[in-house]
Design a protein around this ligand. Structure first.
Ligand code: ADP
Ligand code: MG
Ligand code: MG
Length: 909
């Protein structure tokens, strides 16, 4: 154990005086509040509440989360064992059975369950208590040897995998070999003799891998399983899941020990999962899947393709009605859509779990609106029923099909809506690899079925395709949570994970080939289709946002460089442009040549010549932006990146020069290239991010600032003369001192005056700066004397505060996340303690000098819900983010404002 011991910060250690460790289901603690989930975990709390409501739940008990935290600290209280034995004794008496003993042995499941549901992230062991003797008793008692041996082989497999760390694959290998030998297609067709062979082989495998026999003592099995569940809280996939979902590592999981009921008892038994409403669309229809003669995870594992729950209505109408009534009651009780698990044992229904169901953004919005209509929740509660990131679903792309020749390769289940077009990979590792290398711009992960181990690969993929599994399979559930397109259970596809091939319709697709997925219809389409951005004018969304926006204090703006993006941003609710990067305009094909000419010029006069050619182009761009944004504010940043970014790469030049020297040594092009190379070498910097860029460019080459200021002001004057009302904010990048600010601001202002005089018209404008260097933040009081607004460039500010290169962080980010040094990528979620404190301090200092100072942030953090909430808290005026993050930012800002007024009553999870 010593190895796994974690240091927990002292302040977070709970007091251990008189802690009650074990709660019997329905022990009188089922008061249904949030605290209960802290102690019992979501699953334990749900089981207790269902028991109290008189629903058919197999009895059992919960070992509370504090025990897991003690386990992590390496200090498990002996009282836990004592209390567990007392509870077990109670369970045995209640059932009239003994754990794994006698002619009617008690079997239990050992189930993890944390405060926040983490589907499939941690481990469950079923049929615990079985051993060589008990299996015979079970066979006799049930008069069903197939069932008894099937249960035993499942136990050895699960226990071997979860508790003893024997690779799952090795069990599967044995299992598949016997199945092949017996020539059966489905697991349940295996006869007792074959199952016995499997059990023998499994036991040999356990002995070989661990050096010990599979434990025969039921109590030994029980404590080992309990500890394994505690350990599973710390497994990699659970850690990854928590990181993605921002769940605290120190919550720990509870362990539920529950009497088994059997869905694998025969054709009158089964197991299933379902939702009280459709989790993909939110529609008010009962939704689920089940399998007869199956146990536990068979339904979600995708081993067999399950039946829709509507079939159960025909096959077992009474069970169906009972299930519907129970789950409807649960929904009313929890006031939210329920995701439930059930088992039918010999025609009798048992409930095994209920929880608030995960849903797509589309469903979340529909549910929130419907539930307000049904008087289940209030409008304010509805605002918290949608997670800000989920609104992205409304903006997911759709495939462009009109006029395209489309080859549909297969149709699977529409597991998670939207469209994805990308290059295929067959393993999560490959997905991560190509994502990090950046050689695949968009990735589609193709799997037989995903497992929780694939989570990192799913995170970087644009879409997921599986050949097996249903609407509640792992792939389906996880992608819906991520708001990512998924086609599941496309049975016509053969996914060969060994050869890394996808075979369908007589065609073979290899890694790197392009396919297109439509998660809304389930179609898998050959090749690289175009996609259309979704329309954000869905009436449900519009209605929801009309509830959201009035609560918001923060304004939201978009980062947009061209009129097209600006128009898109307005459609998504942008109240201005917070960042227009003018350099993006220079990269256009017809401009880069003038840009290069400007950079290559050695004399100021030649530079001015080149800039003169760029001026009308820039002016036209700005005109377009001002027109698109009408009277909304537009922040335009002067040229920021190092000049060499506009020149060809040194290596490319060398190759081309060499080639010309070999083939056409007299060509004039050769001379040109050599000049270019010389300039590239002159401009070369060891640390370009800390080099000649930002305001340093405008100070070294004032004519650049002059040209840009002129283009901006002339455009504004022109638009105003034509009846427009532009609101411009000119932003000087990378300021570190008041002197720099003064230098550039006065240049801009003098150009503005000149233009006003020339044109005989004035426009209002502001000159401000980006705060993206610690020195600027620390001297913000001085800078505010010149700057009329601040915009925090938190990407660069994170880079310069941490001293971490944005472009190279991937070299060590995985190690930092793994070691828990970073909880999140600091470029994705603002580091509130460090960078955030600079932002806060600079805001205060700036406003101390200039009380009316307008302050916002631009950059990736402007669209990250947690960071947006932080911006609200410290009183910024606005956040600016990419157009696609606008809905998210709007909702996060409203939630932040409501959380402040309503106190702790609201929560996101
Ligand atoms: P997860 O958190 O991964 O959903 P669970 O603890 O819910 O794991 O267990 C997974 C499945 O195992 C359940 O859906 C159910 O089918 C089965 N299972 C768990 N406990 C029992 C039990 N007492 N009797 C029968 N099946 C059970
Ligand atoms: Mg479950
Ligand atoms: Mg910057």
């Amino acid at each position: 154990m010593a190895q796994g011991v974690m240091e927990q910060p002292l302040a977070e250690k709970a007091s251990t005086t008189a802690t009650k460790y074990v709660y019997f289901f329905g022990d009188g603690h089922a008061d249904g509040n949030g605290k209960m989930k802290d102690v019992l975990g979501g699953k334990g709390a749900g089981l207790a509440e269902m028991t109290n409501a008189g629903l058919p739940v197999p009895p059992g008990f919960t070992i509370q989360t504090e025990a897991c935290r003690e386990y992590m600290r390496g200090a498990l209280n002996p009282k836990i064992d004592e209390e567990m034995l007392v509870a077990l004794d109670k369970l045995e008496k209640l059932q009239g059975q003994k754990l794994g003993a006698g002619d009617n042995p008690l079997l239990v499941s050992v189930r993890s369950g944390a405060k926040f549901s983490m589907p499939g992230m941690m481990d469950t062991i079923l049929n615990l208590g079985l051993n060589d003797k008990a299996v015979e008793a079970l066979a006799k008692r049930s008069n069903n040897p197939r069932f008894a041996y099937d249960s035993y082989r499942r136990l050895i497999q699960m226990f071997g995998d979860v508790v003893l760390d024997v690779p799952k694959k090795k069990f599967e290998h044995i299992f598949d070999a016997v199945k092949a030998k017996e020539k059966v297609k489905f697991d349940y067709e295996l006869q007792p003799a074959a199952l016995k062979t499997i059990i023998d082989e499994y036991k040999k495998l356990v002995k070989k891998e661990t050096g010990k026999d599979f434990p025969q003592k039921p109590l030994e099995q029980l404590s080992a399983a309990r500890d394994a569940v505690f350990r599973s809280w710390q497994n990699e996939r659970a850690k990854t899941y928590r990181r993605i979902n921002h769940i605290d590592d120190w919550l720990g999981t509870a362990v539920n020990v529950q009497a088994m009921v059997f869905g694998n008892l025969g054709e009158n038994s089964g197991t299933g999962v379902g939702f009280t409403r459709n989790p993909a669309t939110g529609e008010h229809v009962f939704f689920g899947e089940y399998l007869m003669n199956a146990q536990g995870e068979d339904v979600v594992s995708g081993v067999r393709t399950p039946m829709p729950i509507s079939e159960l209505e025909k096959a077992m109408p009474q069970v169906y009605d009972h299930l519907k009534a129970i789950t409807w009651k649960m929904e009313k009780h929890y006031r939210d859509m329920q995701d439930f698990e059930f088992t039918i044992q010999d025609g009798k229904l048992y409930m095994l779990q209920t929880r608030n169901g995960k849903r797509t953004g589309l469903a979340a919005v529909r549910l929130a609106i419907d539930m307000v209509k049904e008087d289940l929740i209030t409008e304010e509660e509805a605002i918290f029923r949608v997670e800000p990131n989920q609104l992205y679903d409304f903006l997911v792309p759709r495939l462009v099909e009109k006029g395209e020749k489309i080859e549909v390769l297969a149709t699977g289940l529409p597991a998670s809506p939207g469209a994805a077009v990308g290059q295929i990979v067959f393993t999560a590792e490959d997905a991560v690899k190509h994502h990090q290398r950046g050689d695949y711009k968009s990735i589609i992960l193709v799997r037989g079925e995903t497992t929780p181990e694939d989570i990192a690969g799913m995170e970087v993929a644009s879409g997921i395709l599986t050949s097996r599994g249903g609407m509640t399979s792992h792939a389906a559930v996880v992608t819906r949570g991520m708001g990512k397109c998924c086609v599941a259970g496309a049975g016509d596809c053969t996914v060969d994970e060994v050869k890394k091939e996808l075979r369908v319709k007589g065609k073979t697709f290899k890694q790197g080939d392009w396919i297109s997925l439509d998660g809304t219809t389930g179609r898998v389409i050959e090749g690289k289709l175009k996609t259309l951005p979704a329309q954000p004018d869905d009436p449900l969304l519009v209605k929801f946002m009309s509830w959201v926006d009035p609560h918001r204090k923060l304004r939201v703006r978009a980062n947009a460089d061209v009129p097209r993006d600006a128009r898109q941003a307005r459609a998504f609710g942008a109240e201005g442009i917070g960042l227009c990067r003018t350099e993006h305009m220079f990269f256009a094909e017809d401009r880069i040549e003038h840009m290069r000419a400007m950079i290559l010029a050695h004399e100021e006069s030649a530079r001015r010549e080149a800039l003169k050619k760029l001026l009308p182009m820039q002016r036209a761009d700005f005109e377009g932006l001002f027109k698109a944004m009408e009277s909304l504010p537009v922040t335009i940043r002067l040229l920021d990146p190092p000049l060499h970014e506009f020149l060809p790469q040194r290596e490319e030049l060398l190759v081309e020069i060499q080639h010309l020297e070999d083939t056409k040594p007299r060509s004039p092009r050769l001379k040109e290239l050599k000049t270019l190379l010389a300039r590239v070498q002159e401009l070369h910097e060891v640390n370009p991010m800390l080099g000649l860029r930002g305001c340093r460019l405008g100070i070294a080459f004032p004519e650049i600032t002059e040209m840009q200021a002129r283009a901006i002001i002339e455009a504004a004057v022109k638009v105003k003369k034509a009846g427009g009302d532009p609101h411009l904010e000119i932003m000087i990048p990378l300021i570190g001192s008041i002197e720099e600010m003064k230098n550039q601001a006065s240049l801009v202002r003098s150009i503005a005056e000149k233009v006003f005089e020339e044109k005989g018209t004035k426009v209002d404008y502001m000159v401000g700066t980006m705060i993206e260097l610690p020195r600027a933040a620390l001297t913000a009081d001085q800078i505010a004397e010149e700057a009329e607004f601040f915009s925090f460039g938190t990407n660069d500010l994170t880079q310069t505060t941490y001293g971490i290169s944005r472009d190279d962080i991937n070299h060590f980010l995985p190690a930092y996340l793994k070691a828990g040094i970073f909880k999140h990528d600091p470029f994705a979620t603002l580091d509130q303690a460090g960078v955030g404190s600079l932002v806060k301090g600079a805001t205060q200092k700036g406003r101390g000098t200039r009380p009316t100072l307008k302050v916002g942030i631009c950059g990736e953090h402007g669209g990250d819900p947690e960071s947006v909430k932080f911006c609200h808290k410290i009183g910024l005026n606005y956040v600016s983010c990419s157009p696609f993050r606008l809905l998210t930012a709007r909702l996060a800002a409203a939630q932040a404002a409501l959380e402040e007024t309503a106190g702790a009553g609201h929560s996101m999870k």
